[in-house]
Design a protein around this ligand. Structure first.
Ligand code: XMP
Length: 510
C-alpha cells in the first residue's frame, strides 16, 4: 500500500504548492478541503494543516475536528494551521501590530527540535500573515522565533505535533523543503517511495483490476496529458483501448499526420479522423470567441460520439484529466467550492453515451505527468511540447475562421515554432504561437502598395498558465522570423510581437 500524507486545505493560495513540495520528496499526498465529509484520517500517515485567508477569530473561520488527529497522527500546522492549534487549545491569537509579509530569519531556540535538524541558524523564511500568536497554550513549547514573530515555530510536548508560522512551501523559504522532509521522514516516518516508476507500476495494476476485459475509448489531443494517459491504459489493457485522434482542421501545420504517425509508432490502437471540413463548416459566420469555442466543442463531441458508437460495447471513457483540475479548493467565503472543471477537450459528453470515466492521471501534477511519460520511455519531443488549446488555431484567428485564414496562420505559426527550435529557444518558452489579427495594414513590396494582414507573435514563460510573462526573445531571432514570415507567407505584410504579461492580459487573444 502506498503511504499517503493528508493536506487539509483551509483555503490558502499556497496549498497546492505544499503538495508539490511533498511530492518532490517522493512522498504521495492528497489535498482535501477542511470540511470534507468523505475523509478517513486513518488512511494517512501524517497530516499537514494549511494556511488560510481567514483569521481564526472570525465568526466563519474554518474549523475541524481535531480529536482524531492531534496526538494520534504526526501533525504539521502551517500559518493558519499553527494559529488554529493555538486558538483551539486555549492560547491567544490576535492582530499583529503590523502585517507580517516577506523575508525573516529564523532563530532556532530549541536546538534539539527534530523539525530543524540540519536547518541553519538564521535560515531565511517567508512570512505572510496578519494575525499573530500572542500566547501559547499549556503544554505547547516555542522552538523558533524571528525578529518580529515570537512564536515562529512550536511543538506540543510529548506529541509529534509541530507548527510553523512561516510558509515552508514557498521558494523564498530557502530550507523549507528540508523542514518538510524533517517532519515527514524523521518525525512521521513516511517512506520516500513515490516515484514515477512506482506510480506506473501501481497505476497499471490498478487499471488492470478496475477495467478487466472492458473496452475503453479515449480522445487523443496530441498533447502531453492525453498521450501519457493513453500509454498507461495501453500498458494495462492493450488493444481494448481505442484511441481517437480528431483533426479539427485547426491544428498546427502537418500536425495531424505527424502526431498520428507517432502514436502508431508507439503501438497505440489509434484511429485518425479527419473532420476538418465539418469543423470549418460549423464555424462559418461565427466571430464571438465563446461561440467559436462552443461550436468547436460541440462538433468535437459529435465527431467523437460518431466514432465511439462504431466500437461495440465500450464501457469506459478515458481522459487525461490532471490533479489541478480535480482539487476541490476552499473558496474565500469559507464553504468548499467544487472547482472541478470539465476536461477542456472532452467536456460534457452526451448523456446517452453513459460511459464510466477512467482518469489515470487525476492525482498527479503536470510536471509529474512528464516524468511519468519519461519513465514510460515516451519520446522527449512529445513530452516537451508546449501546451496547445483545445480549440486550436480557431481562437488564434481573431474573428471569423475561414480555410484561407487557417492556411495563413499555419504557415506563420510553423515558421515561428520551427525558428524557436532552430535557435534552441523552444524549451525556454512555456508556450508560443501566432495570432492572425482582424486588421489589414498598408505596406509596400517592390513598387506595389499592399494592404494585407497583420500577425502577432506571442511567447510566454509560465509554470501553470495562470500567470505568465512575455519572453525576451533575441532581436536577431525576431528579425529573422519576421523577415521569413513577410517574405514567404502570402497575405501577411506586418508582424508584431506581444509584450503583455498575464495579468492583466491573457495568453490567448480570444
Ligand atoms: P489564457 O488565454 O486564459 O490561457 O491566459 C491560459 C492557458 O489555457 C489555454 N487555453 C485553452 N485551452 N481550451 C483549452 O484547451 C480553451 O478554450 C482554452 N483557452 C485558453 C491557453 O492556450 C493557455 O495555455
Amino acid at each position: 500500500m502506498q503511504q499517503k500524507v493528508l493536506i487539509l486545505d483551509f483555503g490558502s493560495q499556497f496549498t497546492q504548492l505544499i503538495a508539490r513540495r511533498v511530492r518532490e520528496l517522493n512522498i504521495y499526498c492528497e489535498i482535501h478541503p477542511f470540511n470534507s465529509t468523505k475523509l478517513n484520517v486513518d488512511d494517512f500517515k501524517a497530516v499537514i494543516l494549511s494556511g488560510s485567508p481567514f483569521s481564526v477569530n472570525a465568526d466563519n473561520a474554518p474549523t475541524i475536528d481535531l480529536t482524531k488527529i492531534k496526538g494520534k497522527k504526526p501533525v504539521l500546522g502551517v500559518c493558519y494551521g499553527a494559529q488554529y492549534l493555538v486558538h483551539h487549545y486555549g492560547g491567544q491569537v490576535g492582530d499583529s501590530n503590523s502585517r507580517e509579509y516577506g523575508r525573516a530569519n529564523l532563530n532556532i531556540v530549541d536546538l534539539n527540535a527534530p523539525l530543524f535538524e540540519n536547518v541553519s541558524q538564521g535560515s531565511q523564511v517567508w512570512m505572510s500573515h496578519s494575525d499573530t500568536i500572542k500566547r501559547l497554550p499549556a503544554g505547547f513549547k516555542k522552538i523558533a522565533s524571528t525578529s518580529d514573530v515570537e512564536y515562529a515555530a512550536f511543538t506540543i510536548e510529548d506529541e509529534d505535533t509541530f507548527a510553523i508560522q512561516f510558509h515552508p512551501e514557498v521558494y523564498h523559504t530557502t530550507e523549507g523543503k528540508k523542514i518538510l522532509e524533517n517532519f515527514l521522514v524523521k518525525i512521521a516516518g513516511v517512506e520516500q517511495t513515490w516515484t514515477p516508476n512506482s506510480f506506473v507500476e501501481t497505476t497499471v495494476s490498478d487499471l488492470k483490476a478496475k477495467l478487466g476485459n472492458d473496452k475503453v475509448v479515449l480522445g487523443l489531443s496530441g498533447g502531453v496529458d492525453s498521450s501519457v494517459a493513453a500509454v498507461l491504459l495501453d500498458k494495462a489493457i492493450g488493444h481494448n483501448l481505442y484511441c481517437i485522434f480528431v483533426n479539427n482542421g485547426l491544428l498546427r501545420k502537418d500536425e495531424f499526420t505527424q502526431v498520428l504517425a507517432q502514436y502508431e509508432d508507439m503501438g497505440l490502437n489509434v484511429k485518425g479522423v479527419d473532420a476538418s471540413a465539418r469543423f470549418l463548416k460549423a464555424l462559418e459566420g461565427i466571430t464571438d470567441p465563446e461561440a467559436k469555442r462552443k461550436a468547436i466543442g460541440n462538433t468535437f463531441i459529435e465527431v467523437f460520439d460518431d466514432e465511439a458508437q462504431r466500437i461495440k460495447d465500450v464501457v469506459w471513457l478515458g481522459q487525461g484529466t490532471i490533479y489541478p483540475d480535480v482539487i476541490e479548493s476552499v473558496s474565500a467565503s469559507g464553504g468548499p467550492s467544487a472547482t472541478i472543471k470539465s476536461h477542456h477537450n472532452v467536456g460534457g459528453l452526451p448523456d446517452f453515451m453513459k460511459l464510466k470515466i477512467v482518469e489515470p492521471l487525476r492525482m498527479i501534477f503536470k510536471d509529474e505527468v512528464r516524468r511519468v511519460g519519461k519513465s514510460l520511455g515516451m519520446n522527449p519531443a512529445l513530452l516537451g511540447r508546449h501546451p496547445f488549446p483545445g480549440p486550436g488555431l480557431g481562437i488564434r484567428i481573431l474573428g471569423e475562421v475561414t480555410p484561407e485564414k487557417v492556411r495563413i496562420l499555419q504557415e506563420v505559426d510553423a515558421i515561428f515554432i520551427d525558428g524557436l527550435k532552430k535557435w534552441n529557444l523552444y524549451d525556454d518558452v512555456w508556450q508560443a504561437g501566432a495570432m492572425l489579427l482582424p486588421v489589414n495594414s498598408v505596406g509596400v513590396m517592390g513598387d506595389e502598395r499592399t494592404y494585407e494582414r497583420v500577425v502577432a507573435l506571442r511567447a510566454v514563460s509560465s509554470t501553470d498558465g495562470m500567470t505568465a510573462d512575455w519572453v525576451n526573445l533575441p532581436y536577431e531571432f525576431l528579425q529573422e522570423t519576421s523577415n521569413k514570415i513577410i517574405n514567404s507567407v502570402k497575405g501577411v505584410n506586418r508582424v508584431v510581437y506581444d509584450i503583455s504579461s498575464k495579468p492583466p492580459a491573457t495568453i490567448e487573444w480570444e
